[in-house]
Design a protein around this ligand. Sequence first.
Ligand code: PLP
Length: 364
Amino acid sequence: MIKIRKWVRDLTTYAPGKPIQYVAREIGINENDIVKLASNENSLGPSPLATAAIQANINEVFRYPDGLCYDLKEKIAEKYSISSDRIIFGNGSDEIIGLLYAAICEEGDETIMAFPSFAEYLLIGNTHKVKVNMASLKNFKTDLNAVRKSVNDRTRIIFLNSPNNPTGAIIMRDELTEFMNKIPNDILVVVDEAYYEFAIGKPGFYETIDMLSDYDNLAILRTFSKAYGLAGLRIGYAIGSKEVIQAINNVRQPFNVNIVAQIAAMAALDDRKFLKQTRKMVKDGMDYLKSEFDMLNLKYVESYANFILVDLKKPDIAEMLLKKGVIVRDMKGYGLENFIRVTVGNSDENKKFITNLRELMEHR
Ligand SMILES: *Cc1c(COP(=O)(O)O)cnc(C)c1O
């Protein structure tokens, strides 16, 4: 028997939204009849410019990728008018969360996250023997005062998520500025903007990027997994101070971002039409879901992202929906017993979800 380190044996693994094939097998229905609204993926599929670029360049895959992601870095640098040595790419922004832990935290150091928020900040922290402290949300929003009160001598990183997964609420600019002014400058504040593209243009939204020049201890995470529809390719990036970016660079693997992902991301950045369609689908779908929830007398949280957190007033609905072929995210593990988080899908998917939800809510 291989002897596994005890603390590793005891780690919790991340529970992802169930893949469609698994559910199809479990409940014995056709994959095409299953609707997955559990992982905040883009129901329009991938950016067509990205898939065209992949097809046109598929014969390049015998080469190692450009480990520095030079073209992509230049493109992002130009898009946001920042210097390219402040940008780094990862195998999904998930990887970058791990690289930040590896670069910054010693065993026994601590980090802070809001709760409920993205579970990976905790799970990856555990794999680095770091204690992750939770600051409870207030009215489903990140409570920056609670976060600040959790700071101690061992705090090294604070993970903020705006819009926050699973509630969809954002942090306002004046709140973040006040917070940054009070946080010691040897603590890195990471603002994970995985849902940035859905928040642009909404009231109260602002560009965190504009604050980077004021705070060397501020970093931003972005991803191609959500609005750009490239979750399966695994590519995300961080923007931060040169020092932090260099540190991440020192601990990453030399070819961490694969060649197909780089090609697709380059093309997706130019696909403004697709982004526009995506935003429209999410806006229309969100309006539809909210009006249906209103009719069912269900409370939900106003969301800046492509998902919505809704209080179903009774437990176990997610499991029952699953048996009907509708996969949504159960929020029990997040201390929200009667809530589900549902991704805004296309209109067929949203309707199938609502039809089944209505049935379950009325006949119980
Ligand atoms: C989906 C999500 C990510 C994951 O991004 P990848 O680039 O696919 O690793 C990161 N942060 C939050 C808050 C997310 O919801």
